[in-house]
Design a protein around this ligand. Structure first.
Ligand code: ADP
Length: 562
């Protein structure tokens, strides 16, 4: 049962009637002195979980938060509702800091926000040794883990800071990260004591999820049509690169008016349809783009992932991903910007196999971070690979997309797999195709490709190369006459042409799915090579069967206005 005082504080300060599921358990645990780890997505209401206890606990609450701009927003919002709060950060002069320290020491402040670096300063340590601290709340706690996306070495000092306090406060950590490894690191590195772990808020019932496999060259036309057919709605389209955002915004401005004119639904004659937004634009242009979108002057923003942090627009009716993001965490956060007002909204992910190739390549280049040792870089890269695998799994699954997502984050929704807000997989029927022969042929070809063959098709005594990339493997199997293939005499390979009658896209699909399922392994680097995965031996077993599922029929959801 929720603490009555806590509920009273929620009503008095924030005007909410009740806690959301998960919030009350966390608040109760904190109030009774238990450490907690709250795993909740942005917007689910983490802040309330420590702000309410902060108003009721005898000592001060120290909130550790990585971003100065967010700190200021939070403090302003708290002061507005009558909860005395302040921050100490590098934007302040010495006098201002002294004043805040004095207020805090007098008990005039309930919550004090600081960046993790601050904990290492003598001044703060002296302060913390003198003033009773009831609660330390750690926001974005995944930053302690090298296995996370945003490792910050300054987070490593938090555990030691807490351990050095004269009286150990309750510690409440919050994150939106799903990986077990990161959660373990949070508990270990922050030194949480038998924490209550609560995962909540990931199931968004008003969101309809859709995944659409579509060739790259058709993507822009698909987005244009979608935007044209939803004239009164506001939407975000996420692209992988800055260049793409500008190109797609231009395409939308060009094509959507004529599509609408043809359909007789021109809702905003004259005005622009879409505006681009990315980190490479000047602050002026970017701010204008953001303002135009937030005020509904322009209905669609085409953006990189730079867009969204701290943008509060509740009536976004759709979020379209033009490319596959790097992780479910990233996808969830971006797609989750749809339907903040609780109204039905749609999240569509457009993808194809080349997105996977691009992502693998980016992942490889992207981890070259000077601050990390080679060993640390390896850890980051491995964990990013695993995150990417989760994302690929989402694209390929034929199961309920809501269920996939909540399971991924570890939330127990007790829905028994029933679809929460609707999803394209639950609205589709799938046909199962037996591709055992194709899979066997691919496996054989991966082996053959390591050898040279004489004109009788006999292999060299030893392998002459590690293998080829997927393009060449598919080319060999389909009997391609490409010059480079013939120059290497690959027409002598026994696998040459054995899948000549199978469409190239099908061969590619099967190869790609075999890599996801662990039968093949695709190496990293600029020239990825197809090799064998941990389950490779299964493909030669007599009872090996392999299937892929294809959408047979995608039905329009009942509420087609979504
Ligand atoms: P987070 O820190 O997880 O990103 P916030 O704490 O900022 O999320 O909360 C997101 C929004 O939800 C805020 O507008 C907040 O006021 C609102 N909110 C939080 N808890 C409740 C509740 N119990 N009932 C209604 N609204 C809530």
């Amino acid at each position: 049962m929720t603490d009555q005082a806590a509920l009273g504080a929620l009503q008095r300060y924030f005007g909410y009637d009740s806690f959301r599921p998960g919030q009350s358990g966390l608040v109760d645990a904190i109030l009774s002195g238990h450490d907690v780890l709250g795993v909740m997505p942005t917007g689910a209401g983490k802040s309330v979980c420590y702000q309410i206890p902060a108003t009721l606990l005898p000592g001060i609450t120290v909130v550790i938060s990585p971003l100065i701009s967010l700190m200021r927003d939070q403090v302003d919002a708290l002061n507005d509702v009558g909860i005395p709060a302040a921050y100490i950060n590098t934007t302040q002069g010495g006098d201002e800091q002294s004043m805040v320290f004095a207020q805090a020491a007098n008990g005039d402040i309930r919550l004090l926000y600081v960046a993790p670096e601050r904990l290492e300063t003598d001044r703060f340590r002296n302060f913390a040794a003198r003033v009773p601290i009831s609660l330390v709340a750690v926001d974005e706690a995944h930053c302690v883990s090298q296995w996370g996306q945003d490792f910050r070495s300054s987070y490593l000092g938090i555990g030691e800071f807490i351990a050095g306090l004269p009286q150990r406060p309750t510690v409440a950590a919050f994150t939106a990260t799903a990986t077990e490894r990161v959660r373990r690191d949070i508990i270990g590195i922050l030194g949480l004591r038998e924490p209550q772990v609560t995962v909540t808020g990931f199931d968004r019932e008003n969101l309809y999820f859709d995944v659409l496999k579509i060739e790259t060259r058709y993507k822009a036309a698909w987005v244009s049509r979608y935007v044209a057919e939803h004239p009164d709605q506001s939407g975000i389209v996420y692209c992988a690169t800055r260049k793409e955002t500008e190109a797609l915004a231009a395409t939308l401005n060009q094509t959507v008016p004529s599509l609408r004119a043809a359909a007789g639904t021109d809702a905003q004659p004259g005005g622009p349809i879409a505006v681009a937004y990315h980190g490479g634009m000047s602050a002026d242009v970017r701010n204008r783009a953001q303002r135009d979108f937030v005020t509904d002057a322009v209905p669609v923003v085409v953006a990189t992932n730079a867009f969204g942090m701290g943008i509060d627009k509740s009536n976004v009716r759709y979020v379209i991903h033009h490319n596959m993001p790097e992780s479910i965490e990233a996808y969830y956060q971006e797609a989750g910007r749809a339907g903040r007002d609780g109204e039905p909204s749609r999240c569509t992910l457009l993808w194809n196999e080349s997105d996977i190739v691009t992502r693998r390549r980016l992942l490889d280049n992207d981890y070259e971070n000077e601050r990390l040792t080679p060993q640390e870089q390896e850890i980051v890269r491995m964990s990013k690979r695993r995150l990417l695998d989760g994302m690929i799994g989402y694209c390929r699954t034929t199961d309920c997309l809501h269920t996939y997502m909540t399971r991924y984050f570890g939330e127990d929704t007790q829905r028994d797999g029933r679809c929460a807000g609707g999803c394209a997989n639950c609205d589709s029927t799938f046909e199962t195709i037996d591709v055992t022969d194709i899979a066997r042929a691919i496996s054989r070809c991966v082996h053959d490709a390591m050898y040279d063959h004489d004109d009788q098709g006999r292999p060299s005594a030893t392998p002459v190369r590690q293998g080829f990339g997927s393009g060449k493997i598919v080319g060999i199997l389909r009997g391609s006459k490409a010059k480079d293939l013939l120059a290497m005499r690959l027409e002598r390979c026994p696998s040459y042409g054995v899948l000549g009658a199978v469409p190239e896209a099908r061969v590619r699909d099967v190869l790609s799915q075999m890599a996801t399922d662990g039968f093949l392994a695709i190496s990293e680097g600029r020239m990825p090579i197809v090799g064998f995965g941990r389950r490779a031996a299964e493909t030669v077993a007599p009872d090996f069967r392999y299937e892929i599922k294809r959408v047979e029929r995608k039905m329009k959801p009942a509420a087609s206005q979504r």
